[in-house]
Write a protein that binds this ligand. Structure first.
Ligand SMILES: Cc1ncc(COP(=O)(O)O)c(C=O)c1O
Length: 397
């Protein structure tokens, strides 16, 4: 009865984590700290509540899927500012489409990007390994073959899509890249992005760059794929980027994001969305419009993460392969056996982290690239984080 493609989606990481920890009890004297889920716990700006309240009468209207003009203008101005786009390159009416948080958009875009066949065979959707699980869900439900490209420390966790080779690239319909990357925090630089964009055009696949962590960075603002398109000197052909307020403004419950890029792809996506998507409620669009205009709260948010990564550096030092990620808010710690460490941290230190293995697929050599790692989401406040990291260090020492 059910679509058999669903059978490929049997191991969502948080279910595996629940199974792993079932039957274990954390010590009663310690406050539990959840660092498995990337759900920002920082306060969000008051203007969220203010805008929702001021626009509450608009809950009585169906929202336009294309977004209000004000939202598109606000997003467009932010993209221009943030990515130094040449004047006039980005037209908010053609190059931007709101999505209700990036996850649903990342998933749904595959529906327009993946044809029945490509390059004489079953289409391929390629993604880094480890990866954000939505990419696999999207690949599986289109009937594509998911192809996992290792993102290993030897190459600064950047996947080598070009190395897939001619035969696989010819069948590739869609590539997902995450920069800054979840989980490793690697940022793809301008040269890497330019090369990947050139590859996408040469093999005519859609390049989706998930930039939802773009505003959480250490020193240098990560280059974006639209910026890389601009530097290549032409348009946004074959490229779509995704952004979200979930991390930038610490409002994962608002469900406000957008995608931007290739106007033909966005027109096709808008068509599909008119059949399938729920528009972003108008009061939410109003709040999002205000948030994309404001940088003050974003700087304060970034400063909070910086403070916590400095704490992590001081507390963890050179243990567990610690490094300060260039972007994002995860620690990716090499603890030898991620599952074993996760159980120990829960049982002895009342900490919940995620085994890296649950974010990976077994490679051709049978090794899961994430097996030695745990992912630690640095989403709590500084005091809780300090306490949690001291417990982590002591427990795993
Ligand atoms: C890599 C990555 N992409 C996308 C998302 C989805 O975020 P949202 O739908 O809240 O924008 C997440 C959330 O954790 C993520 O880690």
């Amino acid at each position: 009865m059910l679509n058999p493609r669903l059978d490929q989606l049997k191991d969502y990481p948080f279910q595996r984590l629940r199974d792993l920890l079932a039957g274990l009890t954390p010590p009663s004297g310690l406050a539990p700290v959840v660092m498995s889920i990337g759900e920002p716990q920082h306060p969000y700006p008051d203007l969220v509540g203010e805008m929702l309240h001021a626009n509450r009468h608009l809950y009585g209207k169906y929202p336009p899927l294309a977004g209000t003009e004000a939202l598109r203008a606000s997003v467009g101005a932010w993209l221009d500012r943030r990515y130094h786009l040449p004047e006039g390159m980005l037209d908010p009416a053609r190059h931007i489409l709101p999505v209700s948080g990036t996850r649903e958009g990342l998933f749904m875009l595959a529906q327009i990007a993946v044809p029945e066949r490509k390059g004489g065979g079953q289409p391929i959707v390629a993604m880094p390994n480890p990866f954000y699980q939505c990419y696999l869900g999207a690949a599986a439900m289109t009937g594509a073959q998911a192809h996992f490209v290792p993102a290993l420390p030897e190459s600064n966790f950047l996947p080598d899509f070009r190395g897939m080779g001619e035969a696989l690239l010819a069948r590739t319909a869609l590539v997902y890249l995450c920069s800054p990357a979840n989980p490793q925090g690697t940022v793809a630089d301008a040269a890497y992005l330019a090369d990947l964009i050139t590859l996408a055009r040469a093999y005519d696949f859609v390049l989706v760059v998930d930039e939802c962590y773009a505003e959480i960075y250490d020193e240098v603002p990560p280059t974006g794929a639209l910026e890389a398109c601009a530097r290549l000197g032409d348009d946004f052909r074959n490229v779509v980027v995704f952004h979200s307020l979930s991390k930038r403004s610490s409002v994962p419950g608002l469900r406000a994001g957008f995608c931007a890029g290739d106007p033909d792809l966005l027109a096709a996506f808008a068509k599909l969305r008119s059949y399938a998507a729920a528009g972003m409620p108008l009061p939410v669009q109003a709040a999002a419009t205000a948030l994309w205009r404001d940088e003050t709260h974003v700087e304060a948010n970034r400063a909070r993460y910086r403070e916590k990564f400095a704490l992590a550096q001081a507390i963890i030092g050179n243990r567990f392969g610690f490094y300060k990620p260039a972007g994002g808010f995860f620690l990716w710690l090499d603890v030898g056996d991620g599952e074993e460490a996760t159980r120990a941290l829960y049982r002895k230190a009342a900490l919940t982290v995620l085994p890296g293995r649950y974010l990976t697929r077994e490679g051709a050599d049978g090794a899961a690239a994430g097996t030695p790692y745990v992912r630690v989401a640095m989403v709590q406040d500084a005091a809780i984080t300090r306490d949690a990291l001291e417990r982590l260090r002591d427990c795993l020492a």
